[in-house]
Structures are given as structure tokens and as C-alpha cells.
Design a protein around this ligand. Structure first.
Ligand SMILES: Cc1ncc(COP(=O)(O)O)c(C=O)c1O
Length: 400
């Protein structure tokens, strides 16, 4: 009989030739447990998802309560569903008054597709700028925003009208003009290996967009819900987008995403044509109830407030001769090594020692650290000890 791992490789569609293939038994708090009985300290939150850790009791209770009421009842936007309404209300209470309305979808990439449609429809323009080395999702519109042509060339034709600017380049902002519908960017570039914005950069983008009548779209799919030490990174960097894109950790481990904008901008898909954007499962009641519980926990407990202190603690503990640079915004971190060749040894040895870290899409010298925000000081110490041992191990590999 085939093992689970063999069945996984044989029957489940693969995206990589070398999947990690960790066989999961259960997950709780900061830890994931394999079927072999091994405990893993989760230092990447399933790529910035499990900010409250795994199976937070209040999120689980909200899901269980909603399961007993209803699951799917109708396609998005036709029925009044309490979890959606309550979550949208609480979310909007935390945002600038210009962000007045929430359109729910299931995933991050769908929020990007909707933002592209809103930008075209609302401005009547077609040109869109994104930043080099940004990742916004894998559907064809979101993927067209990627700058790495060695990837996108295999899926041509991409969406027309996309051009790129360099993140943090003030000079490149001059490219944004009256033909531009939208600028879509992350406040902190994630897959580029955590590139925070230079001071005044995001306000300069905001200003240029206002001058040219361009929609400023911020992708907070990784940075949202406390990851950078503020509830949203745009608050930390003092800008307000026209369209805010959220997902990932929003659902406390359940799939949900949303576009948040003004009533006027979001209203542009209601008429001419009618039903300008529709989705069956967007804002699914179970996911929305989990998102509500997740946000309530973030607002009631001082989890977000502790993020900057935890960031500093990790920065103090992680010092090593093969560590070239630690870039971070809150608990969104990239550890850059002095040489590319060390990277895979550090990542593999860390996993072998029972902590989960990961690579970035567009940075071959850095590994990703994005632990659940609930990580304790003891767990930070334990995680950093493992990482330092892995860096020793990688260094020794190349020493004679
Ligand atoms: C910044 C950013 N935007 C969008 C996406 C796409 O989200 P999803 O995978 O939920 O479609 C991701 C996913 O990693 C992301 O990191």
C-alpha cells in the first residue's frame, strides 16, 4: 500500500519538484506536529497567515458556533449574513473614514483582480503600475503585475497596460501620469525579501496619485492585521490608500480576502454593467465569523502592541558572522546571509531541528521569519538558538 506521502506526490497536484512534504498530524498555538510525533516551532505562520497561532480557541469557538447556524446560503451579496455584517462594521471602525465599504472574496489574488477592474472602471484608464519584485498573486491579472519576465514569459499574453516602477525610487514616480489608472504596491515588499519603505516614500506615492487622479492601491495581504506592529502598515507609514487589499491572516486560518474602499469607488461595479464583479463564496459565513473573532482578539489583547518589542528582541539575539543584514518591519523579517550558498543549509538544518522557516520568491540570499504574533519570549529565545546553530552548521560546511 502506498504511504500518505506517496499518495500526496502521486495524486495531489504539485507546484514544486521538491515539496517539503511534512506530514501534518495537528497544530496548536505556536506548534505544528507531524505524524512522526515531531514538534515544529512555527516561525513563518504558513506564510503570514497564522498570526494568532494555530487554532486560536476564540476563532475555533466562533467557527463552531457559526457551523451550527448556517454555512453557504446564497452567492455573495444577496443575503444579509451576520458574520459578514459584523466583521465589516468592526473592520471599518478601525480604518480611515474614507474607507467605507468592504467587498469580500476568498483569496488575496482575487482582491487584486477586483482592484484592477475597479481602477479601469472608475478612472476610465487602463495603465497600471506595480513595483519590481512584487508578488500579488497567481491569477493572470495579478500575475501580470510581476516584473520577472523569465517567469511571466511562460504564460503570455499577460494583461496589457502594466508597467513597473522601482520600490523606493522617488524618480520613478514621474512615470505616473494622467493615463494611469492605478498604482498597486505593498507598503513593505514581502517576496523581495522584506523591503520596508524609505521614510516619506509612501506619502510621496500618495501625493503623486492624488495629483494625477490615479487610484493608490495598497496590498496589505501580508502586512495587515498587526504583522508590522500596527494594525495595518499604512497606519504605521502614515498614508491612506484609495483601495486596501487584505487577506491571509485576516481569517485566523480560514480563507477570506477583501477590497476595502469608498462607497463611490466600490459602487462603480454595481451599474453599467450590472453585477460588475460576482463571486459564489466570497465572505463565506464560516470564514467571516473566524475573521470577526480574529480581529476581536487583536483588538482586545495587546498582541499588536508587543510586536515591536519582539522584533527588537529577535534583532538582539540574532547575531552571527554569516548574517549580513536583518531587514524587518515588526514580525515580518528577512535574514540575509553573507553568501547564497549558506541559505539552503540554514533552512534545511532549522527544519531538521524542529523550527519552520522558508525562502522568498525573489531573494536568494535571505530566509523568511514571520512567526505568529503570539510568540512568547521563551519561544523567541528557543527559535533564535536553533537559527544560530543552523548558521554555525552552514558555516562549518564550507570550512576546511
Ligand atoms: C503581498 C501578497 N499579495 C497577494 C498574494 C496572493 O494571495 P493568495 O495566495 O491568497 O491569492 C500574496 C500571497 O502570498 C501576497 O504575499
Amino acid at each position: 500500500m502506498l504511504s500518505k506521502r506517496e499518495l500526496f506526490l502521486a495524486n495531489v497536484g504539485q507546484t514544486s519538484t521538491m515539496p517539503l512534504s511534512l506530514e501534518i498530524e495537528r497544530a496548536e498555538g505556536m506548534y505544528i506536529y507531524s505524524t512522526e510525533g515531531k514538534q515544529y516551532l512555527d516561525l513563518n505562520s504558513g506564510i503570514s497567515v497564522s498570526s494568532l497561532g494555530h487554532r486560536h480557541p476564540k476563532v475555533v469557538a466562533a467557527i463552531q458556533a457559526q457551523l451550527d447556524r448556517y454555512m453557504h446560503t446564497m452567492v455573495y451579496g444577496e443575503h444579509v449574513q451576520t458574520p459578514q455584517v459584523a466583521f465589516a462594521h468592526l473592520l471599518l471602525s478601525q480604518l480611515d473614514p474614507s474607507l467605507q465599504s468592504v467587498y469580500f472574496v476568498m483569496t488575496g489574488t482575487e482582491t487584486v483582480e477586483l482592484a484592477i477592474k475597479l481602477a479601469r472602471r472608475y478612472t476610465g484608464r487602463t495603465k497600471i503600475f506595480s513595483c519590481r519584485n512584487a508578488y500579488h498573486g497567481s491569477t493572470i491579472g495579478a500575475e501580470s503585475l510581476r516584473s520577472d519576465t523569465e517567469f511571466t514569459m511562460h504564460f503570455q499574453p499577460s494583461l496589457a497596460g502594466i508597467d513597473h516602477i522601482e520600490f523606493n525610487s522617488f524618480a520613478d514616480l514621474e512615470k505616473i501620469d494622467k493615463h494611469t489608472a492605478a498604482v498597486i504596491m505593498e507598503p513593505v515588499q514581502a517576496e523581495a525579501g522584506v523591503q520596508p519603505p524609505d521614510s516619506d516614500y509612501l506619502p510621496a506615492v500618495r501625493k503623486k496619485c492624488l495629483e494625477e487622479g490615479v487610484l493608490f492601491v495598497l496590498d496589505e495581504i501580508q502586512t495587515g492585521f498587526g504583522r508590522t506592529g500596527a494594525l495595518f502598515a499604512h497606519k504605521k507609514y502614515e498614508v491612506v490608500p484609495d483601495i486596501l487589499l487584505i487577506g491571509k491572516s485576516m481569517g485566523g486560518g480560514m480563507p477570506i480576502g477583501a477590497c476595502v474602499s469608498s462607497k463611490e469607488i466600490l459602487g462603480s461595479i454595481i451599474k453599467n454593467p450590472a453585477l460588475g464583479h460576482i463571486t459564489t463564496f466570497g465572505g463565506h459565513p464560516i470564514s467571516a465569523s473566524a475573521a470577526l473573532a480574529n480581529l476581536e482578539v487583536l483588538l482586545e489583547e495587546d498582541i499588536v502592541e508587543q510586536v515591536l518589542h519582539k522584533e527588537q528582541l529577535i534583532r538582539q539575539l540574532l547575531q552571527h558572522e554569516i548574517l549580513a543584514e536583518l531587514r524587518s518591519s515588526g514580525l515580518m523579517m528577512a535574514v540575509e546571509l553573507t553568501k547564497k550558498k549558506y541559505l539552503k543549509h540554514v533552512v534545511q538544518h532549522t527544519i531538521e531541528q524542529g523550527a519552520l522557516i522558508d525562502y522568498f520568491l525573489f531573494n536568494r540570499k535571505s530566509f523568511r521569519l514571520a512567526p505568529p504574533l503570539i510568540i512568547s519570549e521563551d519561544q523567541i529565545q528557543k527559535g533564535c538558538d536553533i537559527l544560530l546553530r543552523s548558521m554555525d552548521y552552514a558555516l562549518k560546511k564550507y570550512q576546511r
